[in-house]
Ligand binder design. Structure first.
Ligand SMILES: [Zn+2]
Length: 154
């Protein structure tokens, strides 16, 4: 028997098992982490909402038009964001102390952009390392540049 509903629920259980596996590896066992599948057009492949004080988080995964093929890697990426959340928020609060909260202020936006790029590249480097060491699917996702390459010649 093969129908779409079965396939979706199988996928969801598989994603939940990835979350449990990586929660343990990343020392996040005392967190409650819920999975939500996004089932309509969405510009992202994954995201995470975090409440540090309550140690709860919601991992959002694009199940409609994912832009990356290695979903386990997306889960690892989002869980590393939870791991770094305290530091991430501390630095963001420091920006507010130093530069205020005006997103149009050039100093604020420069510092914030630098920080976000550094945060994302650090999270992604750690993700690649963990995926290579312990993921079921070790394939590297080339994401948006793969589409650019495909558009170029295919
Ligand atoms: Zn990220």
């Amino acid at each position: 028997m093969f129908d779409e509903e079965n396939l979706k629920s199988l996928d969801e259980e598989n994603l939940k098992s990835h979350i449990e596996k990586w929660k343990s590896i990343l020392q996040l066992k005392d967190w409650n982490i819920k999975l939500e599948l996004v089932t309509k057009e969405w510009r992202k492949t994954g995201d995470v909402k975090v409440d540090q004080a309550d140690k709860v988080a919601i991992v959002l995964i694009n199940n409609f038009n994912p832009k990356q093929t290695n979903i386990e890697a997306v889960i690892v990426h989002e869980l590393i964001h939870i791991k770094l959340w305290g530091m991430d928020q501390m630095i963001e609060n420091l920006f507010h102390c130093v530069y205020g909260e005006d997103e149009n202020d050039i100093k604020y936006s420069f510092a914030y952009t630098q920080f976000m790029e550094l945060l994302e590249s650090t999270v992604q480097d750690l993700t690649k390392g963990y995926v290579e060491l312990g993921a079921c699917d070790k394939s590297l996702s080339y994401g948006r540049i793969q589409k650019q390459a495909d558009d170029e010649w295919k």
